[in-house]
Design a binder for this molecule. Structure first.
Ligand code: CO
Length: 134
């Protein structure tokens, strides 16, 4: 069902500092910051030859990553994003196998303008998984 690793997301307390680290220290291709008010985050994407890194910082008062950063103030790996061909088919197959979908269960529009869903980390070895339709 799942295809390529689309990105690894890292929650960071300071988006500019993290973007500089990837650009200047690691020599990566760093994109511009973009606000995603629907998801309560501001993101920067980093293009690597085989995948992407998504740097995530809180946006607004009820950011879903605020709690994560409280527990891990230096930041840390927040989720993995796998590509799927058809997100509704993937969702229905996962639900039939007992996996839990976060939120309403309906896809939202993700950072690339594509539909995304998140799977409950307790069902997947403590890892938050994002599915993105490609
Ligand atoms: Co993501």
């Amino acid at each position: 069902m799942i295809g390529r690793l689309n990105h690894v997301a890292i929650a960071v307390p300071d988006l500019q500092a993290a973007a500089r680290l990837y650009r200047d220290t690691l020599g990566a291709k760093v994109g511009p910051p973009q606000d995603e008010p629907d998801h309560g985050v501001r993101v920067v994407f980093i293009d690597l030859p085989n995948t992407k890194i998504e740097l995530l910082a809180p946006l607004g008062d009820n950011s879903p990553i605020a709690g994560f950063l409280q527990k891990s103030p230096a930041g840390g790996i927040h989720h993995l994003c796998y590509e799927v061909d058809d997100i509704l088919t993937a969702r229905d197959q996962l639900l039939a196998k007992g996996a839990r979908i976060l939120g309403t269960g309906e896809p939202k529009t993700g950072a690339h303008g594509k539909p995304v869903l998140f799977l409950h980390p307790k069902d997947f070895n403590g890892t938050l998984i994002e599915l993105e339709e490609t």
